[in-house]
Design a protein around this ligand. Structure first.
Ligand SMILES: Cc1cc2nc3c(=O)[nH]c(=O)nc-3n(C[C@H](O)[C@H](O)[C@H](O)COP(=O)(O)OP(=O)(O)OC[C@H]3O[C@@H](n4cnc5c(N)ncnc54)[C@H](O)[C@@H]3O)c2cc1C
Length: 474
């Protein structure tokens, strides 16, 4: 947008703190699969007017004060790994506030509980490596560990792969600092910001619980005759005092594409995977017809960790199951961060689409939810599923679907999946936020009380709707 008085910001942001020009296109979208399929024209509609890159909390606050004074919409942003479009600028002339330069670090191991206080811009993988050197470890490990920031984790209410034992990031965060449109940054409880997707302020600092690095890790895998038997066992595993850190149940097609039962690299990398994908994208009807050949058996992987003072608990002995040893779980562990934005982009560049819909439901509803969502997807795509992020009441159903035929077909598949979940009364969101992708289903993702609480916060903090407009409640 011409005429944006960016020069007023120079004294706060300094050299390298304001970006304009060609690089702005990279900030027009995040990792929302539907946006990865956008045409050039669709992308152009979301290019911001500038990217502001504060290196200090004070500079972030000053940038927001400037935006308030000038009536400019601001999209706070971390690493852009969000999968629902939460970081997509929706208003012409918006600026993106890129918070990745906020990287202070303070480990406080000897307070009431050990915590690390860090700048919101830390990438998860880098932070974990820094902590490991000191003998400590995080509790939140999203698959996007290397490509997501701790600020983004809070803003999307993220759940990592060890959430079965440690809960989502909301169970681990001990406080945040956030900058507001009044130009001030303050310490706050995390709650209003959890899942608020930058609509209530820019997170500048996050305090997270940490644990001593685990001493040992033990892997288990079992194959069950079907989903009911696998879920009954998972329910048992969640009852004791020492739940597994990781507990995942794979349907037969998901287990196959993840190569969990194959030795070596399996289908997760290399030429075999590319060939399988190329076929998959063009022949989903055909593949759907063939998937019954993979049988009905469900595969469970579980990882138990020891660390003082929380020592090893054994998995319950499964009935009616084949013990597969540790191999499948070790294979999963080795490849747990393999899917990346670049891989997703390659699929879209080849003319295909791949996406995932996450739901939360009690285990009693799960078999039906899984069957209904996959049936709704079948006319549009190949669909397969697994369960993860167990707690004592339910789990997250994660349905991956892939096909070809462009954006419209992709959007139809997405709508069919979400509508099937909604029809059964499942929560249509577990850990990816709302963004643009789930906005039409907000009422099936958030409770009425949560929506009301968000509205009150929004009115108090941002009555002119300058912070990430178009998100949560447009
Ligand atoms: C391959 C892949 C695997 C993934 N696996 C997981 C997973 O296992 N678990 C999981 O929970 N998610 C997962 N995700 C989704 C994504 O990584 C998370 O949502 C992550 O928390 C986003 O962090 P980010 O820094 O990339 O945020 P961004 O994508 O930059 O932003 C996400 C939202 O948060 C807001 N925001 C970001 N930073 C701030 C800040 N400092 N202050 C205020 N608002 C902010 C943005 O406005 C936007 O609305 C995955 C994504 C990919 C591509």
């Amino acid at each position: 947008m011409k005429g944006l008085p960016l020069d007023e910001l120079y004294e706060h942001l300094g050299p390298g703190g304001i970006a304009t020009g060609d690089c702005l296109r990279a900030f027009a979208r995040d990792s929302w699969p539907q946006a990865l399929g956008w045409s050039e024209a669709e992308l152009s509609a979301h290019v911001p007017a500038a990217v502001l890159r504060p290196a200090t909390e004070g500079a972030a606050a000053a940038a927001l004060a400037w935006a308030a004074r000038r009536g400019v919409a601001v999209v706070p942003r971390g690493a852009g790994s969000g999968v629902l479009g939460g970081a997509v600028p929706m208003q012409e002339g918006s600026v993106v506030l890129d918070l990745r330069r906020l990287t202070e670090f303070e480990l406080i191991p000897d307070g009431r509980e050990p915590v690390v206080r860090v700048g919101a811009g830390w990438l998860g993988g880098e932070l974990e490596r820094r902590l490991n050197i000191l003998g400590w470890s995080l509790l939140n490990f999203p698959q996007s560990m290397e490509d997501s920031t701790v600020g983004g984790w809070i803003a999307t209410d993220a759940y990592g792969q060890l959430s079965t034992r440690y809960g989502g990031v909301r169970a681990q965060v001990r406080g945040v600092r956030a900058a507001g449109l009044d130009g001030l940054a303050r310490a706050e409880a995390a709650e209003p910001h959890l899942g608020a997707e930058g609509t209530l302020g820019a997170l500048t600092e996050v305090t997270l619980r940490v644990r001593p690095s685990p001493l040992t890790r033990r892997h288990f895998a079992y194959e069950f005759p079907g989903p009911e038997e696998a879920m009954a066992w998972a329910g048992e595993a969640m009852k004791g005092d020492g739940p597994p850190s990781v507990l995942r149940l794979y349907g037969p097609v998901d287990a196959f594409f993840n190569g969990l039962k194959r030795r070596g690299e399996g289908a997760s990398s290399g030429a075999l995977r590319s060939r399988v994908e190329a076929l998959l994208l063009k022949r989903t009807g055909w593949l759907n017809a063939l998937t019954p050949l993979l049988g009905e058996r469900w595969l469970a992987v579980a990882v138990y960790e020891d660390e003082e003072p929380y020592l090893f608990a054994a998995p319950p002995v499964p009935r009616d199951a084949v013990d597969l040893g540790e191999g499948p779980s070790l294979r999963w562990w080795k490849r747990r961060y393999h899917l990346s934005k670049e891989r997703l982009e390659r699929t879209f560049a080849a003319g295909g689409f791949v996406d995932t819909a996450d739901f939360w439901a009690p285990l009693s509803l799960m078999t039906r939810l899984d069957a209904d969502v996959r049936a709704a997807l079948r006319p549009h795509a190949l669909a397969f599923s697994h369960l993860s992020h167990f707690d004592r009441t339910g789990a997250c159903l994660y349905v991956t679907f892939a096909g070809s035929g462009g954006g419209e077909r992709h959007a139809r598949a997405w709508t069919a999946a979400l509508e099937a979940g909604k029809a059964l009364g499942a929560c249509v969101n577990h850990h990816h936020g709302i963004g643009l992708g789930k906005l039409p289903w907000l009422g099936s993702a958030w409770t009425a009380d949560r929506i009301q609480a968000w509205r009150e916060e929004k009115r108090a903090r941002d009555p002119r709707n300058l912070l990430n407009p178009g998100k949560i409640c447009p």
